[in-house]
Write a protein that binds this ligand. Structure first.
Ligand SMILES: Cc1cc2nc3c(=O)[nH]c(=O)nc-3n(C[C@H](O)[C@H](O)[C@H](O)COP(=O)(O)OP(=O)(O)OC[C@H]3O[C@@H](n4cnc5c(N)ncnc54)[C@H](O)[C@@H]3O)c2cc1C
Length: 100
């Protein structure tokens, strides 16, 4: 866009209000569309698993099969990156162990 609008090398004071507005629109509406994934080797968390509705959230025990417990990746819980999946694995494991 800088090229198209002939803005390369220009000082900010030399940029017209219209072009500044166009730049603002460009920056604030800039979106990135992932082209693909890195595949299984780099996959960090799984979708799917045992539905949380099937489990008692206090104990992680199956409602349909008492005595059977599911925690961590076995359950259909997917966190954003940043430790949320570890947190879920540890917290659900703790709740389950505590109840047992
Ligand atoms: C490359 C990578 C990077 C990640 N980075 C992050 C991150 O930065 N932050 C984050 O929050 N999450 C991250 N995750 C996700 C996180 O590691 C998982 O969500 C979490 O470890 C799940 O814990 P879990 O105990 O449920 O399962 P797992 O950690 O997978 O543990 C399952 C265990 O069961 C064992 N096992 C499997 N089958 C059998 C069997 N038949 N008999 C006996 N043992 C068996 C396995 O060897 C394994 O030790 C990452 C995952 C990957 C793959």
């Amino acid at each position: 866009m800088l090229n198209k609008k002939n803005l390369l090398g220009k000082k900010w004071a030399e940029v017209s209000k219209k072009d500044r507005q166009a730049l603002k629109e460009l920056i604030t509406n800039w979106s990135v569309k992932p082209a693909g994934t890195l595949g299984w080797k780099k996959a960090e968390v799984m979708l799917g698993g045992v539905d949380t509705k099937e489990l008692d959230g206090q104990t992680m025990m199956s409602r349909n099969h008492p005595g059977l417990f599911f925690i961590g990746e076995c359950v259909d819980v997917t966190g954003h990156l940043g430790g949320h999946n570890f947190q879920w694995a540890w917290a659900s494991g703790f709740a389950c162990a505590h109840s047992i």
